[in-house]
Write a protein that binds this ligand. Sequence first.
Ligand code: ADP
Length: 228
Amino acid sequence: MVEFKDVSVTYSSGVDALNSINLKINDGDFAFVVGPSGAGKSTLIKLILKEIDATSGTVLVNGFNLSKLKRRKIPKLRRTIGVVFQDFRLIPTMTVYENIAFVLRVIDAPAKYIKSRVPYVISLVGLSHKAKSYPTELSGGEQQRVALARALVNDPQLIIADEPTGNIDPALSYEIVGLLKGINECGTTILMVTHEHDLVRSFGGRIININKGNIAFDEFIGGSNESK
Ligand code: ADP
C-alpha cells in the first residue's frame, strides 16, 4: 500500500517538484503514472524508495511511515519493493540466472530456496531457455524480462516500473506490460511510470496524471484492447 498525505517536495534549488499531493494505491492495484517531463514522476518514485524525504506531509509505504523510518531500517523497506528501470541495469558479467540469484544471495536466502525460486521466476517471464545466457546475448525485450524476474524474485509487495518500455521495441512493450498485468493478477501491486500513451490507452486501468507537481487527474479508463 502506498499513501501520500499532503506531500510536498521542494529541492534545495528552490524548485517545487510536488505540491501537496494526496494519493492512495491499495494492495493489489495496478496504476500507470503519466505526465510530461519535469512533472514530478521521478520525485514521486524517489519518495517511495526513500531516496529523498518529503519536505512536508506523510508518505506511507507497505506499512512503513517513511518520515519516521530510521536510516538503518531503509533496507527493510526496500526489500518489500521490486524496481524495474528503463535501462535494465543487469550485471553484464553475470548470466541471467546469476543476475537474479544475486538478489537472494545478498539477503542470505538459503541455497535450497535460491535453487528452486530462481528457475521459477525465470520461467514466469518465459526465459528458461536463456538462463545461462549473458545480458549482451539478449534482445532489449529479453533483458527487460530478466529485470522483471529479478524484481519479482524476492516476492515484493510492490513493483515500481520506471519507464520499463522506454528502451525496447514498441511491439515488445505490450509483452512487458502484459507480464506486469499477469504479475498484478497474482496479487502484487504495480506502479508503472510511462510516456507511452498508446500503451496506456490500449491496456486501460487506473491512470494517475501528474503535471507541474500536481495530480491533474486520477481515474480509471477502459482499455481499447483488453485481451492483450
Ligand atoms: P519527471 O520525472 O516527471 O520528469 P522530476 O521528478 O524528475 O520529473 O522533476 C520534477 C521537478 O524537479 C523538475 O522541475 C526538475 O527539474 C526538478 N528536480 C528534479 N530533481 C532535482 C534535484 N535533484 N534538484 C533540483 N531540482 C530537481
